[in-house]
Ligand binder design. Structure first.
Ligand code: ZN
Ligand code: ZN
Length: 119
């Protein structure tokens, strides 16, 4: 199963802010890493933690609308539409993010989730 390495998850989490302390430094708690791609992200400052989901193959199979929405997401770098989903997080009851990569220019960026599908 091709899931994104935790180091990459940590690096890309700096693109979003902690809902509690508003800092943007996070680590993945290595003890929480599951074989199915679930783990927990932890704020380096206030220790706030939230679920990280990296098995996007499974997610896209169970959420058939998502691939269509991904085609509509504009890239802030090149303005083309269409991204690949790398992983997602549920930051709080109000905020979920998709971490995506532009198909055209390979720019990686976080996109606030449009589905608000919390689990
Ligand atoms: Zn925090
Ligand atoms: Zn782009």
């Amino acid at each position: 199963m091709a899931t994104i390495p935790v180091e990459q998850v940590e690096a890309r989490l700096s693109g979003v802010r902690c809902p509690i302390c508003k800092n943007n430094a996070f680590v993945v708690d290595r003890r929480t890493v599951q074989t199915d791609g679930e783990c927990k992200g932890v704020c380096s400052t206030c220790r706030y933690s939230f679920p990280v989901h990296t098995d996007m193959e499974f997610y896209l199979r169970t959420q058939p609308d998502v691939p269509y929405r991904l085609k509509e997401i504009p890239c802030p770098g090149c303005m083309n539409r269409g991204v690949a989903l790398d992983f997602r997080i549920v930051m709080s009851v109000r905020e979920a993010f998709y971490f995506v990569t532009c198909n055209a220019c390979q720019k990686a960026f976080p996109e606030q989730s449009f589905l608000e599908s919390f689990d």
